[in-house]
Design a protein around this ligand. Structure first.
Ligand SMILES: CC(C)(COP(=O)(O)OP(=O)(O)OC[C@H]1O[C@@H](n2cnc3c(N)ncnc32)[C@H](O)[C@@H]1OP(=O)(O)O)[C@@H](O)C(=O)NCCC(=O)NCCS
Length: 150
């Protein structure tokens, strides 16, 4: 015996001209105009994505992430809201979850991991980067932990 749940698109607010390639799992989130979501993406509740954004396949956008306009999220990008601050998973204690804000014209390379941070506009994040701190200056950031490379 097991509980069977289906992925799908539930209670999502879409702007104009959005595309979602299925299977993807989107629920209780808001997408602006002209947003593309590739296959095998999960976008959780309380996520807001602005206009003209592209979310490539296999990315995970967790609750409490806010994304601005003209943002590119590469393949397999992982956002994090639970930092295991109590020594392990918060296990449903949403009070422990932290938010992430991505401003406008940000490009996030494939396989990057974004901890709960604020990233200002006009930033490029390299493939495989691990962003552990706020980014407050435009530029190109790469590595683990991500640092400004130019
Ligand atoms: C970060 C990035 C934008 C830098 O590009 P660039 O400015 O042309 O940089 P370069 O290739 O000249 O590399 C500059 C230095 O950074 C290093 N570097 C480049 N990308 C890196 C990355 N992702 N992680 C760690 N270091 C990186 C290079 O090894 C080089 O180091 P060196 O000076 O010691 O030789 C690019 O490498 C990248 O990761 N782009 C992401 C692309 C992507 O994921 N697209 C998704 C759609 S397919």
């Amino acid at each position: 015996m097991y509980n069977r749940k289906h992925i799908g698109i539930h209670e999502v607010v879409f702007g104009k001209d959005c595309t979602v390639v299925e299977p993807s799992n989107l629920y209780r989130c808001t997408l602006g105009d002209d947003v593309f979501v590739g296959p095998f993406v999960e976008i959780q509740s309380n996520v807001t994505i602005g206009n003209h954004c592209r979310i490539q396949s296999h990315s995970f956008i967790c609750s409490l992430v806010t994304i601005g306009n003209h943002v590119f999220v590469g393949h397999g990008v992982m956002f994090i809201n639970d930092t295991f601050s109590c020594g392990g998973p918060a296990q449903g204690n949403e009070q422990l979850w932290k938010k992430t804000v991505i401003e406008n014209h940000v490009s996030i390379g494939s396989n990057a991991t974004i901890l709960p941070v604020h990233i200002c506009s006009h930033v490029v994040i390299g493939a495989g980067a691990v962003v552990t701190k706020n980014i407050t200056e435009p530029g190109v950031y790469a590595g683990n932990p991500a640092v400004k490379i130019r």
